[in-house]
Design a protein around this ligand. Structure first.
Ligand code: AMP
Ligand code: ZN
Length: 112
């Protein structure tokens, strides 16, 4: 937990959010500024600021999250596919320094 981290504050209930799923490892919330019809954020409980700083333990949790997302699709209202995105640093416009996975879907997304 880092005092001024938005996602740690959300986990502690200090900032309100719409939580769609949570377990001992992570939570899935609705993104406050959606970039697709469905835009969720999967947030590990452990505070690791950047994917560049990811530990083996953290990487294992990210793996669990990705696996869990695939099982939660229906619950999350996703059909027909989805996109997972992790932003790293300035050029990728990372704004929250607590590693998280964007889940985008609910519509045909733009091709790269
Ligand atoms: P990134 O730009 O990859 O760091 O993504 C951070 C994401 O967190 C952005 O899509 C924001 O819209 C989202 N976000 C920031 N604050 C909140 C909040 N209080 N509740 C939900 N999503 C948030
Ligand atoms: Zn944090």
């Amino acid at each position: 937990m880092v005092e001024d981290c938005v996602f740690c504050k959300i986990r502690k209930g200090e900032i309100p959010s719409t939580v769609l799923y949570s377990d001992d490892d992570f939570m899935i919330i609705k993104d406050i500024n959606p970039q697709a019809k469905i835009h969720l954020v999967a947030i590990p409980n452990i505070h690791v600021p950047y994917i560049d700083m990811m530990t083996e333990e953290g990487a294992c949790i990210l793996g669990k999250i990705i696996s869990k997302i695939s099982h939660l699709q229906e619950e999350l209202g996703i059909t027909g596919g989805y996109r997972l995105v992790v932003n790293q640093g300035e050029n990728a416009h990372q704004t929250v320094a607590h590693v998280h996975i964007h889940i985008l879907g609910g519509e045909k997304l733009k091709d790269f």
